[in-house]
Design a protein around this ligand. Sequence first.
Ligand code: FES
Length: 238
Amino acid sequence: MEEVIFNIRRFNGINSYWQRFKVPVKRGMTLLEGLYYIKENLDGSLAFRASCRMGICGSCAVRVNGKPMLACETQILNLKAKKLDIEPLDNMRVLKDLIVDFDDFFKKHEAVKPYLIRDDVFYSKPVELLQTPKELKEYYNFTLCIKCGSCYSMCPAASTRGDYLGPATITAAYRFCADSRDKGKNERLEAVSGTNGVWRCHFAAECSEVCPKKIEPAKAVQKMRKSAAGYMIKKIFR
Ligand code: FES
């Protein structure tokens, strides 16, 4: 057993403060298990989010020594630090301790209609929408986003403009625009080509750096910029 200090930035609704906990750590123990250790043995009032414990639900993202990561997928000893500064995600309102408000994040997703748009939807007579492996490859990697908010937390454009749609939302827009079965490209390009859209990206690429699913949101944003530029030129000369 090794002892690691969990230095946690807490928030009680009024004040923000740091609190240190000594956590006994054995090989293989995850950051999330460390947080549960604190909650069960040292301070039951510590608040954090988690659900699946297997990197699927996207609930447990926190910042550790300044970098966002999934607590359930991060082994404490792999961080190679005797003291970990653990904070809630950035660019979102903190509700309590490590829990942030995702309402705005998901509202932004809604704005780009992250679902297949078709003009031939007859649920009584469902049809099979065929797609080649090459067409699937165009967008498949971007379907792996678990909406954990890590990219948004690290985005310098989101920290200067609260209304910026952000990398996760634009990635969701690209995922559907690049889908050969979709017919809603123009609606999404309209949504991302406004002043809070793709032009806000500084291309710092921090989003791709921290994405726990290695999705490369920065690449999706650049692809959407290109499409948005074409869309706007067409609109002007229409
Ligand atoms: Fe679901 Fe970590 S608990 S991703």
